[in-house]
Design a protein around this ligand. Structure first.
Ligand code: PAF
Length: 286
């Protein structure tokens, strides 16, 4: 059976109040729809950890720095509700736009510091403000105890964790493993917009990342590894590689070797679609 879809905040609050009265815990999976197996893994994690699970679907205009990307973002509400049916989600919140940004809305949540100063921050101006603002609203509207995010958007996970801590929102933010296609390509709603051929070529991103990560783990320094990966990606048919960085997992400071827990994070364009991915990198024998 498909879960009930609520579109108004008052209806959502009535439901969560009922659950709270019974002492039930609430898990939140925020999404922009076009659900895939990556989202379903978040739903499963939420189901395992909480009595009730809310999935939200809201294509948040404030986090799109590119109007074309917003216009082309897949909107598949009926299919999404059907995909969620076997998972026993308690409700799907698809807020009408005025439930998030009512007339006269004037508040922006902006996370500063080193975690937003690099990578997605400069490449997508305003993106993290949009994400932090809508996620703060969804945390408060659902009053969830735990929220589940994919590690694929590693920087986003850091931003929403920081935001919840800084604003004392009583919620635990949980990062879940990236789900991948058998080719290694990280699952993403944007993959829906890739042709079969581009999907095949796109697998080169994760392959190049794994190769560079293995060499960095073995002690090779980053600059030549990054240069070689950029070359490989160009040959595989990628357009602009916006970043291909080795960074500290906690501060996102750039590293030359994985001398502390590190991540390799990359963003690159394939056939007009911007893809991002990241993987953990550790020093061999450490
Ligand atoms: O990762 C996403 O799908 C979105 O950025 C999120 C967290 C649902 C906020 O709109």
């Amino acid at each position: 059976m498909t879960a009930p879809i609520l579109r108004r905040l008052c209806d959502l609050r009535a439901k969560t109040a009922e659950w709270r009265r019974k002492g039930e815990t609430i898990g939140l999976v925020p999404t922009m729809g076009a659900l895939h197996a990556g989202h379903m893994s978040l739903v499963e994690a939420a189901k395992a950890a909480c009595d009730r699970v809310i999935v939200t679907i809201f294509v948040n205009p404030r986090q799109f720095n590119n109007p074309e990307d917003l216009a082309n973002y897949p909107r598949t509400e009926n299919e999404d509700a059907e995909k969620l049916a076997p998972y026993g989600v308690d409700l799907i919140y698809v807020p009408d736009p005025d439930q998030i940004y009512p007339d006269g809305y004037a508040t922006n949540v902006s996370v500063g510091g080193s975690i937003t100063a690099v990578m997605e921050g400069p490449f997508r101006p305003g993106h993290f403000d949009g994400v932090a603002t809508v996620v703060a609203k969804l945390f408060l509207q659902t009053s969830a105890d735990k929220a589940f995010f994919g590690q694929k958007d590693y920087q986003q996970l850091m931003v929403v964790t920081r935001m919840a801590r800084d604003l004392d929102i009583p919620i635990e933010v949980i990062g879940c493993e990236t789900v991948r296609e058998s080719s290694g390509l990280a699952m993403s709603s944007r993959n829906l917009r890739l042709s079969e051929e581009a999907l095949t070529k796109a697998a080169a991103l994760n392959a190049a990342m794994r190769e560079a990560a293995a060499k960095a783990s073995a002690g090779e320094s980053w600059a030549p590894l990054e240069a070689a990966a950029r070359q490989t990606l160009a040959e595989a048919g990628f357009g602009d590689v916006e970043y291909f960085d080795l960074r500290c997992s906690e501060t996102l400071e750039a590293l030359d070797t994985p001398s502390r827990p590190a991540r390799l994070l990359a963003a690159a364009w394939m056939d007009g679609i911007r893809l991002i991915d990241n993987i953990a990198v550790s020093k061999l024998n450490s």
